[in-house]
Design a binder for this molecule. Sequence first.
Ligand SMILES: Nc1ncnc2c1ncn2[C@@H]1O[C@H](COP(=O)(O)OP(=O)(O)OP(=O)(O)O)[C@@H](O)[C@H]1O
Length: 325
Amino acid sequence: MSLLELDDLSVTYTIEAGEVPAVRGVSLTLEAGAALGIAGESGSGKSTLAMALLRLLPRGARVGGRILLDGEDVLTMKWGRLRAVRWAQASIVFQGAQHGLNPVHRIGDQIAEPLLTHGLAGPEAARGRVAELLRQVGLPDWRARSYPHELSGGQRQRVMIAMALACSPRLIVADEPTTALDVMVQAQVLTLIKRLVAERGISLVMISHDLSVLADVCDRLAVMYAGRVVEHGPSREVYHAAAHPYSRALAAAFPTVGDPASRLAPKGLGGDPPDPMRLPGGCAFHPRCPVALEECSTLDVEPRPAGEGREAACVHVREKEQEAS
Ligand SMILES: Nc1ncnc2c1ncn2[C@@H]1O[C@H](COP(=O)(O)OP(=O)(O)OP(=O)(O)O)[C@@H](O)[C@H]1O
């Protein structure tokens, strides 16, 4: 059984102007100890998907499908069970650490909080565990007494990772964990994440618009466009020899890990992502696709096999297979 299984997941927000289909029919799996990267431009639905995994979506977001964590559906879990799962089984690291840290509480108290709340440690043991966690993320023990504003962005992100590790979860969801950091610090935090995943056998879902960062850390990649996964498969193949024209454009936009240009919108990819409330007919990518055929404006193909353990939702994939046979 996979540690995490998304089965036809969809998320729709309702706003005054109408319905926003932010995630549309996503099916993905993650094996225990593996790392899955989710890539896509701004607005493709990555954060919505990350929030859905731990049922952290705002009220009014409608969620369909199933999210099985160790066989249990997160979407139908009772509240008490969900609270326990959120820290002890799966935890989340947000972008830029701006959501996660409380400015008026010391770092050590914030890391200790889930341990105390879930009865995993008494005050004395929690202090020891905090010191250990700080060391694991490369910070000295005395930082436990600091307030968030006394730390740099990279140090705050390390604290967020320590918090996520506190209850020894099996899964960490990291939403753009290094985007707000400068290139050097970004590389250090990525190295830390890779080490923790490898050493502790933690499973990781990492979200980024930068395919090079994900390819560096993750075993498998899923590329999202307009709420759909358009390609998924082993990182090397998706990054170096993408089957979907959108993944190719995204890979070309971020050629190296930590490229400063990766903060910018993908270059070489003309136009803007579509407004989810006004998705074009057929394949949502067709108006920007350099290899679109006439049929792409009416035909939205399902993901199809594009090699070993790999799928892509593009008419050209079928053509390649037919040529090969
Ligand atoms: N609370 C909300 N209410 C209404 N629409 C929302 C809400 N949150 C996100 N959306 C919309 O859902 C779509 C997906 O947004 P989401 O934040 O998941 O994308 P993303 O790929 O994570 O983008 P970014 O990289 O900019 O964070 C966007 O069109 C966005 O405007």
